[in-house]
Design a protein around this ligand. Sequence first.
Ligand code: ADP
Ligand code: TYD
Length: 201
Amino acid sequence: MLITFEGIDGCGKSTQIEKLKEYFDNNGVGYSVFREPGGTEISERVRSLLLHDTDDMDAVTELLLFSAARSQLIREKVIPLLEQNEIVILDRFYDSTTAYQGFGRNSSSLSDIHTLNKLASHGTVPDLTFYLKIDPKIATQRTKGTEKDRLESAGDDFFKKVATGYDMLVSTDKRFCVIDADRSPEEIHDEIVTIIEAYQQ
Ligand code: ADP
Ligand code: TYD
């Protein structure tokens, strides 16, 4: 089973993934967690290029690098685990590319991004995608004062466009679960667990 978490920076994904890990641990359920970009040696090397090295990266270069990191992770780690019926949790997947590179950066047409997403994911589709929906202003307040990487420093207008992208995406597939992320971490976690349990029945 593939569970993905999506949302703008500061929406609370990492917090919720930690809570979900605890929940699975307490219930004796096995799982694997990977973050995008990253999760393999090659993908982590691409990550450092994407998030730290340069401010003048071309938008298409960025799109292709996120996709390259993804292809390696999915082929090397995720597909073998899913073939063994394991639970895989991804901190971001190709919906991030649609929202950030497509809507945020306008780096390419949505149809080209869709084709690239399919290629880089080797056809893998999530069973459940939790979109932690939050006002960009609240998310920015949450991350204020923390050290920002290249994309996190992109500014409010950028995140508004990314949020619009997610809002459009969620109506395209029933795998999306829109979660009101402006609540306590416990309330959000309870809703996520309820949805996963219902899905598994
Ligand atoms: P992300 O991984 O989506 O960037 P994090 O889980 O790292 O987000 O959360 C960003 C910041 O917001 C952290 O300081 C975290 O403690 C805080 N935070 C996370 N969830 C909530 C919440 N539900 N309410 C208030 N603050 C939160
Ligand atoms: P990260 O530090 O993992 O942020 P977060 O905790 O919010 O996920 O950095 C990942 C950054 O990369 C984040 O700003 C979103 C961005 N990103 C894209 O622009 N496109 C993508 O396809 C992916 C996977 C991430």
